[in-house]
Design a protein around this ligand. Structure first.
Ligand code: XMP
Length: 519
Protein backbone atom coordinates (compact mmCIF):
# COMPACT_ATOMS: atom_id res chain seq x y z
CA UNK A 1 0.00 0.00 0.00
CA UNK A 2 1.26 3.40 -0.91
CA UNK A 3 1.88 6.01 1.77
CA UNK A 4 1.06 8.88 -0.52
CA UNK A 5 -1.95 11.06 -0.19
CA UNK A 6 -4.70 9.03 -1.74
CA UNK A 7 -8.02 9.60 -3.36
CA UNK A 8 -10.78 7.01 -3.37
CA UNK A 9 -12.92 6.59 -6.47
CA UNK A 10 -16.11 4.70 -5.73
CA UNK A 11 -17.06 2.99 -8.97
CA UNK A 12 -20.71 2.72 -9.86
CA UNK A 13 -19.89 0.97 -13.11
CA UNK A 14 -19.36 3.76 -15.61
CA UNK A 15 -17.58 2.78 -18.81
CA UNK A 16 -15.14 5.62 -18.21
CA UNK A 17 -14.22 5.29 -14.54
CA UNK A 18 -10.67 4.38 -15.48
CA UNK A 19 -10.34 7.75 -17.15
CA UNK A 20 -10.96 9.50 -13.82
CA UNK A 21 -8.01 7.60 -12.37
CA UNK A 22 -5.91 8.44 -15.36
CA UNK A 23 -6.66 12.16 -15.16
CA UNK A 24 -5.76 12.14 -11.46
CA UNK A 25 -2.47 10.39 -12.00
CA UNK A 26 -1.64 12.96 -14.62
CA UNK A 27 -2.02 15.44 -11.76
CA UNK A 28 0.38 13.33 -9.66
CA UNK A 29 -2.45 12.28 -7.40
CA UNK A 30 -2.51 8.67 -6.30
CA UNK A 31 -5.97 7.14 -6.47
CA UNK A 32 -7.64 3.83 -6.10
CA UNK A 33 -10.83 2.65 -7.78
CA UNK A 34 -13.07 0.44 -5.67
CA UNK A 35 -16.35 -1.10 -6.87
CA UNK A 36 -19.17 0.35 -4.79
CA UNK A 37 -20.13 -3.11 -3.47
CA UNK A 38 -16.80 -3.42 -1.68
CA UNK A 39 -16.78 0.00 -0.01
CA UNK A 40 -17.91 0.29 3.58
CA UNK A 41 -17.30 2.87 6.29
CA UNK A 42 -14.51 0.62 7.57
CA UNK A 43 -12.77 0.36 4.19
CA UNK A 44 -12.82 4.12 3.85
CA UNK A 45 -11.36 4.56 7.32
CA UNK A 46 -8.68 2.01 6.59
CA UNK A 47 -7.78 3.62 3.29
CA UNK A 48 -7.80 7.09 4.82
CA UNK A 49 -8.31 8.99 1.56
CA UNK A 50 -8.04 12.76 1.44
CA UNK A 51 -11.01 12.99 -0.92
CA UNK A 52 -13.56 10.83 -2.67
CA UNK A 53 -14.97 10.81 -6.20
CA UNK A 54 -18.25 9.06 -6.97
CA UNK A 55 -18.22 7.78 -10.55
CA UNK A 56 -20.97 7.62 -13.11
CA UNK A 57 -22.88 4.42 -13.67
CA UNK A 58 -25.58 2.77 -15.75
CA UNK A 59 -28.24 2.43 -13.04
CA UNK A 60 -30.95 4.84 -11.93
CA UNK A 61 -31.07 6.02 -8.32
CA UNK A 62 -34.86 5.99 -8.68
CA UNK A 63 -34.78 2.21 -8.95
CA UNK A 64 -35.20 0.38 -5.68
CA UNK A 65 -32.03 -1.36 -4.61
CA UNK A 66 -29.83 0.72 -6.91
CA UNK A 67 -26.23 1.33 -5.78
CA UNK A 68 -25.41 3.82 -3.03
CA UNK A 69 -22.33 5.10 -1.24
CA UNK A 70 -22.00 4.23 2.46
CA UNK A 71 -24.14 6.87 4.18
CA UNK A 72 -21.35 7.49 6.71
CA UNK A 73 -19.11 8.78 3.92
CA UNK A 74 -20.97 12.08 3.90
CA UNK A 75 -20.19 12.72 7.57
CA UNK A 76 -16.48 12.01 7.45
CA UNK A 77 -15.48 15.54 6.57
CA UNK A 78 -13.96 14.52 3.24
CA UNK A 79 -14.28 16.59 0.07
CA UNK A 80 -16.48 14.70 -2.41
CA UNK A 81 -16.94 15.07 -6.15
CA UNK A 82 -19.94 13.32 -7.74
CA UNK A 83 -20.04 12.64 -11.45
CA UNK A 84 -23.31 11.90 -13.27
CA UNK A 85 -24.76 8.91 -11.38
CA UNK A 86 -22.46 10.03 -8.56
CA UNK A 87 -24.22 13.40 -8.55
CA UNK A 88 -27.60 11.72 -8.26
CA UNK A 89 -26.37 9.48 -5.46
CA UNK A 90 -25.19 12.56 -3.56
CA UNK A 91 -28.45 14.40 -4.03
CA UNK A 92 -30.56 11.38 -3.12
CA UNK A 93 -28.51 10.41 -0.05
CA UNK A 94 -28.21 13.99 1.19
CA UNK A 95 -31.92 14.76 1.04
CA UNK A 96 -32.54 16.07 -2.49
CA UNK A 97 -34.70 14.53 -5.18
CA UNK A 98 -33.95 12.75 -8.42
CA UNK A 99 -36.52 11.86 -11.02
CA UNK A 100 -36.42 9.40 -13.86
CA UNK A 101 -35.56 11.40 -16.95
CA UNK A 102 -38.24 12.27 -19.45
CA UNK A 103 -35.67 13.39 -21.93
CA UNK A 104 -32.30 11.77 -21.63
CA UNK A 105 -29.35 13.92 -22.57
CA UNK A 106 -26.40 12.45 -24.41
CA UNK A 107 -23.48 14.11 -26.07
CA UNK A 108 -22.13 17.61 -26.30
CA UNK A 109 -23.56 20.41 -24.15
CA UNK A 110 -22.34 23.80 -22.99
CA UNK A 111 -22.16 24.85 -19.37
CA UNK A 112 -21.98 28.40 -18.11
CA UNK A 113 -21.57 29.61 -14.55
CA UNK A 114 -24.75 30.33 -12.61
CA UNK A 115 -25.17 33.95 -11.59
CA UNK A 116 -22.42 35.17 -9.30
CA UNK A 117 -20.36 32.00 -9.47
CA UNK A 118 -17.62 32.76 -11.94
CA UNK A 119 -14.94 32.94 -9.27
CA UNK A 120 -15.74 29.77 -7.36
CA UNK A 121 -12.75 27.66 -6.54
CA UNK A 122 -13.86 24.75 -8.71
CA UNK A 123 -14.11 27.16 -11.64
CA UNK A 124 -10.59 28.56 -11.38
CA UNK A 125 -9.19 28.99 -14.86
CA UNK A 126 -12.47 28.01 -16.53
CA UNK A 127 -14.90 29.93 -18.73
CA UNK A 128 -12.08 32.08 -20.00
CA UNK A 129 -13.24 31.64 -23.57
CA UNK A 130 -16.98 31.70 -22.79
CA UNK A 131 -18.98 28.56 -22.08
CA UNK A 132 -17.32 25.24 -21.41
CA UNK A 133 -18.07 22.28 -23.63
CA UNK A 134 -18.98 19.20 -21.58
CA UNK A 135 -20.05 15.65 -22.34
CA UNK A 136 -23.43 14.64 -20.97
CA UNK A 137 -24.61 11.07 -20.75
CA UNK A 138 -27.50 10.57 -18.40
CA UNK A 139 -31.17 9.70 -18.27
CA UNK A 140 -32.29 10.90 -14.84
CA UNK A 141 -32.08 14.40 -13.48
CA UNK A 142 -31.92 16.08 -10.12
CA UNK A 143 -35.15 17.97 -9.51
CA UNK A 144 -34.53 19.17 -5.97
CA UNK A 145 -31.21 20.12 -4.46
CA UNK A 146 -30.07 18.57 -1.21
CA UNK A 147 -29.93 21.05 1.70
CA UNK A 148 -26.74 23.11 1.73
CA UNK A 149 -26.25 22.88 -2.04
CA UNK A 150 -26.58 25.60 -4.63
CA UNK A 151 -26.40 25.63 -8.39
CA UNK A 152 -23.07 26.87 -9.67
CA UNK A 153 -23.26 25.89 -13.35
CA UNK A 154 -26.10 25.53 -15.83
CA UNK A 155 -26.61 24.23 -19.35
CA UNK A 156 -29.67 24.84 -21.53
CA UNK A 157 -31.05 21.35 -20.87
CA UNK A 158 -29.57 20.85 -17.41
CA UNK A 159 -30.38 23.67 -15.02
CA UNK A 160 -28.48 21.73 -12.32
CA UNK A 161 -25.45 20.86 -14.41
CA UNK A 162 -23.08 21.72 -11.57
CA UNK A 163 -24.01 21.98 -7.91
CA UNK A 164 -21.91 22.59 -4.84
CA UNK A 165 -21.92 22.83 -1.08
CA UNK A 166 -18.79 24.93 -0.73
CA UNK A 167 -18.76 24.67 3.07
CA UNK A 168 -18.42 20.89 2.96
CA UNK A 169 -16.39 20.89 -0.29
CA UNK A 170 -19.04 18.75 -1.96
CA UNK A 171 -19.27 19.17 -5.73
CA UNK A 172 -21.45 17.31 -8.17
CA UNK A 173 -21.79 17.53 -11.92
CA UNK A 174 -24.22 16.03 -14.35
CA UNK A 175 -21.62 15.58 -17.11
CA UNK A 176 -18.35 13.67 -17.40
CA UNK A 177 -15.31 15.88 -16.68
CA UNK A 178 -12.97 12.91 -17.17
CA UNK A 179 -13.57 12.35 -20.89
CA UNK A 180 -11.86 13.94 -23.85
CA UNK A 181 -15.04 15.62 -24.99
CA UNK A 182 -15.03 17.78 -21.88
CA UNK A 183 -11.87 19.62 -22.89
CA UNK A 184 -11.42 21.47 -19.59
CA UNK A 185 -12.73 18.66 -17.40
CA UNK A 186 -9.24 17.85 -16.17
CA UNK A 187 -8.99 21.44 -14.93
CA UNK A 188 -12.13 20.94 -12.82
CA UNK A 189 -10.65 17.81 -11.31
CA UNK A 190 -7.39 19.68 -10.72
CA UNK A 191 -9.24 22.45 -8.90
CA UNK A 192 -11.00 19.84 -6.81
CA UNK A 193 -7.88 18.00 -5.74
CA UNK A 194 -6.11 21.26 -4.95
CA UNK A 195 -9.00 22.30 -2.72
CA UNK A 196 -8.87 18.89 -1.08
CA UNK A 197 -5.25 19.60 -0.16
CA UNK A 198 -3.43 17.28 -2.54
CA UNK A 199 0.12 18.42 -3.15
CA UNK A 200 0.79 16.20 -6.18
CA UNK A 201 3.18 13.93 -4.28
CA UNK A 202 2.86 10.92 -6.57
CA UNK A 203 5.76 10.52 -9.00
CA UNK A 204 7.22 7.54 -10.75
CA UNK A 205 10.51 7.85 -8.85
CA UNK A 206 8.74 7.71 -5.52
CA UNK A 207 6.53 4.94 -6.81
CA UNK A 208 9.60 2.88 -7.68
CA UNK A 209 11.20 3.32 -4.24
CA UNK A 210 7.99 2.44 -2.52
CA UNK A 211 7.27 -0.55 -4.76
CA UNK A 212 10.74 -1.87 -3.91
CA UNK A 213 10.12 -1.45 -0.19
CA UNK A 214 6.77 -3.24 -0.47
CA UNK A 215 8.23 -6.16 -2.45
CA UNK A 216 10.97 -6.59 0.17
CA UNK A 217 8.40 -6.56 2.94
CA UNK A 218 6.11 -9.01 1.19
CA UNK A 219 8.75 -11.50 0.08
CA UNK A 220 11.18 -11.41 3.00
CA UNK A 221 13.93 -13.96 2.33
CA UNK A 222 11.78 -16.26 0.19
CA UNK A 223 12.18 -17.06 -3.50
CA UNK A 224 10.15 -15.63 -6.37
CA UNK A 225 9.53 -17.03 -9.85
CA UNK A 226 8.61 -14.72 -12.68
CA UNK A 227 7.21 -15.81 -16.03
CA UNK A 228 8.95 -13.66 -18.60
CA UNK A 229 7.55 -13.17 -22.09
CA UNK A 230 10.00 -10.57 -23.30
CA UNK A 231 7.16 -8.04 -23.41
CA UNK A 232 7.25 -4.73 -21.57
CA UNK A 233 5.00 -5.60 -18.60
CA UNK A 234 6.65 -8.79 -17.45
CA UNK A 235 10.10 -7.31 -18.12
CA UNK A 236 9.45 -4.19 -16.05
CA UNK A 237 8.05 -6.36 -13.26
CA UNK A 238 11.12 -8.60 -13.37
CA UNK A 239 13.66 -5.77 -13.32
CA UNK A 240 11.81 -4.03 -10.48
CA UNK A 241 11.62 -7.20 -8.40
CA UNK A 242 15.26 -7.94 -9.10
CA UNK A 243 16.18 -4.49 -7.83
CA UNK A 244 14.23 -5.26 -4.68
CA UNK A 245 15.37 -8.79 -3.87
CA UNK A 246 18.27 -9.59 -6.20
CA UNK A 247 18.91 -13.26 -6.83
CA UNK A 248 15.96 -14.43 -4.79
CA UNK A 249 14.23 -13.93 -8.17
CA UNK A 250 14.43 -16.49 -10.96
CA UNK A 251 12.82 -15.76 -14.32
CA UNK A 252 11.41 -18.49 -16.50
CA UNK A 253 11.28 -17.58 -20.15
CA UNK A 254 9.06 -20.03 -22.01
CA UNK A 255 10.26 -20.00 -25.61
CA UNK A 256 7.49 -21.56 -27.67
CA UNK A 257 9.34 -21.20 -30.96
CA UNK A 258 6.82 -18.62 -32.11
CA UNK A 259 8.91 -15.55 -31.41
CA UNK A 260 10.24 -12.99 -33.87
CA UNK A 261 13.66 -12.95 -35.49
CA UNK A 262 16.43 -13.02 -32.84
CA UNK A 263 13.89 -12.28 -30.10
CA UNK A 264 14.74 -15.19 -27.84
CA UNK A 265 18.46 -14.39 -27.97
CA UNK A 266 17.76 -10.73 -27.22
CA UNK A 267 15.66 -11.55 -24.18
CA UNK A 268 18.25 -13.98 -22.84
CA UNK A 269 21.12 -11.56 -23.40
CA UNK A 270 19.31 -8.64 -21.90
CA UNK A 271 18.22 -10.40 -18.72
CA UNK A 272 21.14 -12.72 -18.15
CA UNK A 273 24.01 -10.54 -19.29
CA UNK A 274 22.86 -6.95 -18.90
CA UNK A 275 20.69 -7.23 -15.82
CA UNK A 276 22.31 -10.35 -14.36
CA UNK A 277 18.93 -11.78 -13.48
CA UNK A 278 18.90 -15.56 -13.03
CA UNK A 279 17.01 -16.80 -16.08
CA UNK A 280 15.89 -20.22 -17.22
CA UNK A 281 15.48 -20.30 -20.98
CA UNK A 282 12.90 -23.04 -21.52
CA UNK A 283 13.49 -23.78 -25.18
CA UNK A 284 10.40 -25.83 -25.94
CA UNK A 285 9.90 -25.01 -29.62
CA UNK A 286 9.80 -28.72 -30.55
CA UNK A 287 7.04 -29.42 -28.06
CA UNK A 288 4.85 -26.48 -29.13
CA UNK A 289 5.39 -26.84 -32.88
CA UNK A 290 4.90 -30.60 -32.61
CA UNK A 291 1.53 -30.23 -30.88
CA UNK A 292 0.50 -27.51 -33.31
CA UNK A 293 1.22 -29.67 -36.34
CA UNK A 294 -1.87 -29.95 -38.52
CA UNK A 295 -3.85 -27.51 -36.35
CA UNK A 296 -5.45 -24.67 -38.29
CA UNK A 297 -8.43 -23.67 -36.14
CA UNK A 298 -7.54 -20.36 -34.39
CA UNK A 299 -9.16 -21.24 -31.08
CA UNK A 300 -7.57 -24.69 -30.97
CA UNK A 301 -4.22 -23.03 -31.66
CA UNK A 302 -4.70 -20.51 -28.86
CA UNK A 303 -5.90 -23.09 -26.37
CA UNK A 304 -3.10 -25.52 -27.22
CA UNK A 305 -0.47 -22.83 -26.72
CA UNK A 306 -2.08 -21.66 -23.46
CA UNK A 307 -2.23 -25.19 -22.07
CA UNK A 308 1.33 -26.10 -23.05
CA UNK A 309 2.61 -22.81 -21.68
CA UNK A 310 1.20 -23.60 -18.26
CA UNK A 311 2.52 -27.19 -18.33
CA UNK A 312 5.99 -26.04 -19.32
CA UNK A 313 6.05 -23.20 -16.83
CA UNK A 314 5.00 -25.52 -14.02
CA UNK A 315 7.64 -28.07 -14.96
CA UNK A 316 10.43 -25.52 -14.73
CA UNK A 317 8.96 -23.79 -11.70
CA UNK A 318 8.87 -27.10 -9.83
CA UNK A 319 12.61 -27.29 -10.31
CA UNK A 320 13.18 -24.08 -8.39
CA UNK A 321 13.36 -25.19 -4.83
CA UNK A 322 11.68 -23.21 -2.12
CA UNK A 323 9.85 -20.79 -4.39
CA UNK A 324 6.87 -19.33 -2.60
CA UNK A 325 5.90 -16.44 -4.83
CA UNK A 326 4.86 -16.01 -8.43
CA UNK A 327 5.47 -12.58 -9.96
CA UNK A 328 3.10 -11.29 -12.61
CA UNK A 329 2.98 -8.13 -14.69
CA UNK A 330 -0.74 -7.57 -14.05
CA UNK A 331 -1.77 -3.99 -14.83
CA UNK A 332 -4.49 -1.86 -13.31
CA UNK A 333 -6.89 -2.21 -16.25
CA UNK A 334 -6.65 -6.01 -15.85
CA UNK A 335 -7.49 -5.69 -12.17
CA UNK A 336 -10.50 -3.53 -12.86
CA UNK A 337 -11.73 -5.75 -15.65
CA UNK A 338 -11.64 -8.73 -13.37
CA UNK A 339 -14.07 -7.07 -10.95
CA UNK A 340 -16.32 -5.64 -13.62
CA UNK A 341 -19.53 -3.97 -12.53
CA UNK A 342 -21.92 -6.29 -14.27
CA UNK A 343 -19.72 -9.33 -14.03
CA UNK A 344 -21.61 -10.54 -17.08
CA UNK A 345 -19.89 -12.85 -19.48
CA UNK A 346 -19.09 -11.15 -22.76
CA UNK A 347 -18.77 -13.06 -26.01
CA UNK A 348 -15.40 -14.72 -26.45
CA UNK A 349 -13.84 -13.37 -29.60
CA UNK A 350 -10.46 -14.90 -28.81
CA UNK A 351 -9.15 -16.93 -25.90
CA UNK A 352 -6.42 -14.64 -24.68
CA UNK A 353 -3.21 -16.00 -23.46
CA UNK A 354 -0.35 -14.24 -21.72
CA UNK A 355 2.04 -14.80 -18.86
CA UNK A 356 -0.42 -13.15 -16.51
CA UNK A 357 -2.77 -16.11 -16.82
CA UNK A 358 -0.91 -18.68 -14.76
CA UNK A 359 -3.17 -20.84 -12.66
CA UNK A 360 -3.97 -20.32 -9.02
CA UNK A 361 -3.55 -24.02 -8.39
CA UNK A 362 0.22 -23.62 -8.48
CA UNK A 363 -0.16 -22.76 -4.83
CA UNK A 364 2.16 -19.77 -5.01
CA UNK A 365 1.44 -16.38 -3.54
CA UNK A 366 1.29 -13.54 -6.05
CA UNK A 367 3.63 -10.59 -6.36
CA UNK A 368 2.05 -8.04 -8.68
CA UNK A 369 4.04 -4.82 -8.42
CA UNK A 370 2.33 -3.17 -11.43
CA UNK A 371 -1.25 -3.72 -10.40
CA UNK A 372 -1.79 -0.06 -9.65
CA UNK A 373 -0.42 1.20 -12.96
CA UNK A 374 -1.66 1.95 -16.45
CA UNK A 375 0.33 0.91 -19.52
CA UNK A 376 1.98 4.27 -20.09
CA UNK A 377 2.88 4.42 -16.41
CA UNK A 378 4.53 1.00 -16.70
CA UNK A 379 6.59 2.44 -19.52
CA UNK A 380 7.53 5.41 -17.34
CA UNK A 381 8.51 3.03 -14.54
CA UNK A 382 10.58 1.01 -17.01
CA UNK A 383 12.46 4.18 -17.95
CA UNK A 384 12.92 4.99 -14.27
CA UNK A 385 14.50 1.54 -13.91
CA UNK A 386 16.86 2.27 -16.78
CA UNK A 387 15.37 -0.06 -19.39
CA UNK A 388 16.32 1.13 -22.88
CA UNK A 389 13.79 3.37 -24.66
CA UNK A 390 13.82 1.17 -27.71
CA UNK A 391 12.71 -1.76 -25.58
CA UNK A 392 10.12 0.19 -23.61
CA UNK A 393 8.55 1.60 -26.78
CA UNK A 394 8.13 -1.75 -28.50
CA UNK A 395 4.80 -2.53 -30.10
CA UNK A 396 2.66 -5.07 -28.21
CA UNK A 397 3.30 -8.69 -29.12
CA UNK A 398 0.63 -11.28 -28.30
CA UNK A 399 1.22 -14.26 -26.01
CA UNK A 400 0.58 -16.85 -28.76
CA UNK A 401 3.19 -15.07 -30.88
CA UNK A 402 3.55 -15.76 -34.57
CA UNK A 403 1.03 -18.61 -34.41
CA UNK A 404 -1.79 -16.12 -34.83
CA UNK A 405 0.01 -14.33 -37.66
CA UNK A 406 0.15 -17.53 -39.64
CA UNK A 407 -3.49 -18.31 -40.44
CA UNK A 408 -4.03 -21.96 -41.29
CA UNK A 409 -1.46 -24.62 -40.57
CA UNK A 410 1.82 -23.60 -38.97
CA UNK A 411 5.03 -24.99 -40.42
CA UNK A 412 8.66 -24.21 -39.64
CA UNK A 413 9.14 -23.10 -43.25
CA UNK A 414 6.31 -20.57 -43.00
CA UNK A 415 7.53 -19.30 -39.63
CA UNK A 416 10.97 -18.81 -41.06
CA UNK A 417 9.69 -16.78 -44.00
CA UNK A 418 7.41 -14.78 -41.72
CA UNK A 419 10.24 -13.91 -39.31
CA UNK A 420 12.43 -12.59 -42.08
CA UNK A 421 9.65 -10.64 -43.78
CA UNK A 422 8.49 -9.13 -40.49
CA UNK A 423 12.04 -7.99 -39.70
CA UNK A 424 12.36 -6.27 -43.10
CA UNK A 425 8.97 -4.59 -42.68
CA UNK A 426 9.76 -3.29 -39.18
CA UNK A 427 13.16 -2.12 -40.36
CA UNK A 428 11.43 -0.15 -43.12
CA UNK A 429 9.10 1.46 -40.60
CA UNK A 430 11.96 2.37 -38.29
CA UNK A 431 14.04 3.76 -41.15
CA UNK A 432 11.17 6.02 -42.14
CA UNK A 433 10.79 7.22 -38.55
CA UNK A 434 7.22 5.90 -38.30
CA UNK A 435 7.61 3.28 -35.56
CA UNK A 436 6.46 5.45 -32.66
CA UNK A 437 3.42 6.75 -34.55
CA UNK A 438 2.08 3.23 -34.92
CA UNK A 439 0.45 1.17 -32.19
CA UNK A 440 1.30 -2.12 -33.80
CA UNK A 441 2.81 -3.21 -37.09
CA UNK A 442 3.57 -6.73 -38.22
CA UNK A 443 3.60 -9.10 -41.14
CA UNK A 444 1.42 -12.19 -41.47
CA UNK A 445 1.91 -15.08 -43.85
CA UNK A 446 -1.23 -16.07 -45.71
CA UNK A 447 -2.31 -19.67 -46.22
CA UNK A 448 -1.88 -19.57 -49.96
CA UNK A 449 0.64 -19.47 -52.76
CA UNK A 450 0.29 -17.31 -55.83
CA UNK A 451 1.97 -17.23 -59.22
CA UNK A 452 4.52 -14.58 -60.02
CA UNK A 453 7.30 -13.82 -62.43
CA UNK A 454 10.82 -12.96 -61.32
CA UNK A 455 13.66 -12.58 -63.77
CA UNK A 456 12.54 -14.73 -66.64
CA UNK A 457 11.05 -17.41 -64.50
CA UNK A 458 7.71 -18.37 -63.05
CA UNK A 459 7.40 -18.36 -59.24
CA UNK A 460 4.80 -20.04 -57.07
CA UNK A 461 5.36 -18.66 -53.59
CA UNK A 462 3.67 -17.45 -50.44
CA UNK A 463 1.61 -14.28 -50.19
CA UNK A 464 2.21 -12.02 -47.25
CA UNK A 465 0.00 -9.44 -45.54
CA UNK A 466 1.47 -6.43 -43.82
CA UNK A 467 -0.55 -4.62 -41.20
CA UNK A 468 -0.15 -1.39 -39.24
CA UNK A 469 -2.70 0.20 -36.95
CA UNK A 470 -3.06 3.17 -34.68
CA UNK A 471 -4.92 2.66 -31.43
CA UNK A 472 -5.14 4.01 -27.90
CA UNK A 473 -5.74 0.77 -26.08
CA UNK A 474 -6.01 -2.02 -28.66
CA UNK A 475 -9.77 -2.14 -28.25
CA UNK A 476 -10.42 -0.25 -31.47
CA UNK A 477 -7.94 0.52 -34.20
CA UNK A 478 -7.49 2.46 -37.42
CA UNK A 479 -5.38 1.43 -40.35
CA UNK A 480 -2.17 3.46 -40.57
CA UNK A 481 -2.18 5.63 -43.72
CA UNK A 482 1.17 4.75 -45.30
CA UNK A 483 2.00 6.52 -48.55
CA UNK A 484 1.99 4.52 -51.79
CA UNK A 485 5.72 5.15 -52.09
CA UNK A 486 6.34 3.61 -48.70
CA UNK A 487 4.17 0.60 -49.47
CA UNK A 488 5.79 0.11 -52.87
CA UNK A 489 9.29 0.33 -51.42
CA UNK A 490 8.36 -2.11 -48.66
CA UNK A 491 6.89 -4.62 -51.11
CA UNK A 492 10.06 -4.48 -53.22
CA UNK A 493 12.32 -4.93 -50.22
CA UNK A 494 10.36 -7.86 -48.81
CA UNK A 495 10.22 -9.73 -52.12
CA UNK A 496 13.87 -9.05 -52.89
CA UNK A 497 15.17 -9.87 -49.43
CA UNK A 498 12.97 -12.79 -48.42
CA UNK A 499 13.02 -15.98 -50.41
CA UNK A 500 9.65 -17.70 -50.65
CA UNK A 501 7.43 -14.59 -50.93
CA UNK A 502 6.24 -13.26 -54.29
CA UNK A 503 3.24 -11.13 -53.33
CA UNK A 504 2.48 -8.56 -50.60
CA UNK A 505 -0.94 -7.29 -49.52
CA UNK A 506 -1.57 -4.29 -47.28
CA UNK A 507 -4.34 -5.03 -44.79
CA UNK A 508 -6.79 -2.11 -44.89
CA UNK A 509 -9.14 -3.40 -42.21
CA UNK A 510 -9.85 -1.30 -39.14
CA UNK A 511 -11.03 -2.78 -35.81
CA UNK A 512 -13.94 -3.28 -35.82
CA UNK A 513 -14.79 -5.03 -38.11
CA UNK A 514 -11.41 -6.77 -38.09
CA UNK A 515 -9.33 -7.58 -35.04
CA UNK A 516 -5.73 -6.42 -34.85
CA UNK A 517 -4.27 -9.91 -35.09
CA UNK A 518 -5.45 -12.13 -37.93
CA UNK A 519 -6.60 -14.89 -35.58
P1 XMP B 1 -7.04 -8.26 -31.20
O1 XMP B 1 -6.40 -9.18 -32.20
O2 XMP B 1 -7.97 -8.99 -30.27
O3 XMP B 1 -5.85 -7.74 -30.30
O4 XMP B 1 -7.68 -7.07 -31.83
C1 XMP B 1 -5.89 -6.64 -29.42
C2 XMP B 1 -4.52 -6.49 -28.79
O5 XMP B 1 -4.25 -7.63 -27.96
C3 XMP B 1 -3.12 -8.33 -28.44
N1 XMP B 1 -3.42 -9.76 -28.29
C4 XMP B 1 -2.97 -10.52 -27.28
N2 XMP B 1 -2.16 -10.22 -26.23
N3 XMP B 1 -2.33 -12.46 -25.47
C5 XMP B 1 -1.83 -11.21 -25.36
O6 XMP B 1 -1.06 -10.96 -24.42
C6 XMP B 1 -3.15 -12.83 -26.48
O7 XMP B 1 -3.59 -13.97 -26.56
C7 XMP B 1 -3.48 -11.80 -27.43
N4 XMP B 1 -4.25 -11.79 -28.58
C8 XMP B 1 -4.18 -10.52 -29.07
C9 XMP B 1 -2.94 -7.91 -29.88
O8 XMP B 1 -1.61 -8.06 -30.31
C10 XMP B 1 -3.39 -6.45 -29.80
O9 XMP B 1 -2.38 -5.63 -29.27
Amino acid sequence: MTQHQRLLIIDFGSQVTQLIARRLRELNVFCEIRPYQTVTEATIQEMAPKAVILSGGPDSVTREGSPRAPQALFDMGLPIFGICYGQQVMMEQLGGKVEAGHHAEYGRAYVSPADGHTKDSIFAGLFEAGNEQVWMSHGDRVTQLAPGFEVIGVSPNAPLAMVADEARKFYAVQFHPEVHHTPNGAKMLENFVKMAGFTGDWTMASYKDEAIRIIREQVGDKKVICGLSGGVDSSVAAVLIHEAIGDQLTCVFVDHGLLRLNEAEEVVTMFRDTYKIPLIHADEADLFLGELEGVSDPEVKRKTIGRLFIDVFQKYANGIEGAEFLAQGTLYPDVIESVSFTGGPSVTIKSHHNVGGLPEKMGLKLVEPLRELFKDEVRALGRELGLPDKFIGRHPFPGPGLAIRCPGEITREKLDILRKADAVYIDQIRKHGLYDEIWQAFAAILPMRTVGVMGDGRTYDYALAIRAVTSVDGMTADTYPFTHEFLGETMTRIINEVKGVNRVFYDLTSKPPGTIELE
